[in-house]
Ligand binder design. Structure first.
Ligand code: BTN
Length: 248
């Protein structure tokens, strides 16, 4: 059983908690170590985007050394289970109905509230994964920010402020539960939980991949979390990674 958060490192300001977590791994930190920062000056999003990280949000990274049911292709399940954990934690503290958008965004009423950046690194011979989770909580989404019209925060949705500590504890609990299920071979159950919270399935979507854009109906995910897309010609395509946009 992997314990998450036995060691929690709290910072006032850092460039990126993911970068800090990678340094900790290099220094031999405990698996499950969590890094939190009030502010990130160089927060990173997926696809090399900048991640706005002002005070009031939850910016954290988890250091993992996956084993057993989470090796090889199954590493792809980690971002999905992270999205589920974040959505459950948000719903748990706020009564909002948080859902997941493939692969791992947390959305409320179609707007993004949280994102996950999962990075795989080698430390000597050992494979480690840093899961970075960013949740817009008490911070208004900044005007002029590239994605401000499609982003939201818990406070913008509810008009209330929330306790970041409580959210962090719920997130760690949910993450630990799902991560240990997946590591112990119950990955199919984890993926079923993702399906139950998914806003993407059954929708017409467009996926932006390195190899180009593709449009279709999101039918399901496979055993490693890849998206199964039904194309207009009736064929299916399995998408391992990309940026997903809901078209309906
Ligand atoms: C996305 O593009 O949706 C992923 C955003 C991930 C942001 C989090 S905030 C904590 C961690 N540190 C980073 O620099 N990024 C991740």
């Amino acid at each position: 059983m992997t314990e998450i958060g036995r060691m929690v490192i709290r910072l006032e300001e850092v460039d990126s908690t993911n970068e800090y977590a990678k340094e900790l791994i290099g220094q031999g930190c405990l698996e499950g170590t969590v890094v939190l920062s009030d502010i990130q000056t160089g927060g990173k999003g997926r696809l090399a985007r900048k991640w706005e990280s002002p005070k009031g949000g939850l910016w954290m990274s988890i250091c993992l050394k996956p084993k057993d049911g989470l090796v090889g292709d199954k590493l792809g399940i980690i971002p999905l289970l992270s999205g589920c954990a974040a959505a459950r934690a948000v719903s748990g503290i706020s009564d909002l109905n948080a859902r997941v958008k493939w692969p791992n965004d947390v959305i409320i009423n179609g707007k993004k509230m949280a994102g996950i950046l999962s990075e795989s690194i080698l430390n000597g011979e050992d494979r480690w994964v840093v899961v970075g989770i960013g949740i817009d909580v008490n911070n208004p989404v900044q005007e002029g920010y590239e994605f401000s019209d499609i982003s939201t925060s818990i406070t913008e949705e509810t008009g209330r402020k929330f306790d970041l500590e409580k959210l962090m504890v719920q997130l760690i609990c949910e993450f630990e539960r799902l991560y240990n299920m997946a590591e112990s071979g119950k990955d199919a159950e984890v993926l079923d939980e993702w399906r139950g919270m998914a806003d993407t399935l059954g929708k017409k979507v467009s996926i932006n991949r390195i190899s180009g854009e593709i449009t279709g109906i999101a039918r399901d995910i496979d055993e490693v979390g890849a998206l199964i897309l039904e194309l207009q010609n009736g064929h299916t395509e399995t998408i391992l990674a990309g940026d997903c946009q809901h078209l309906e």
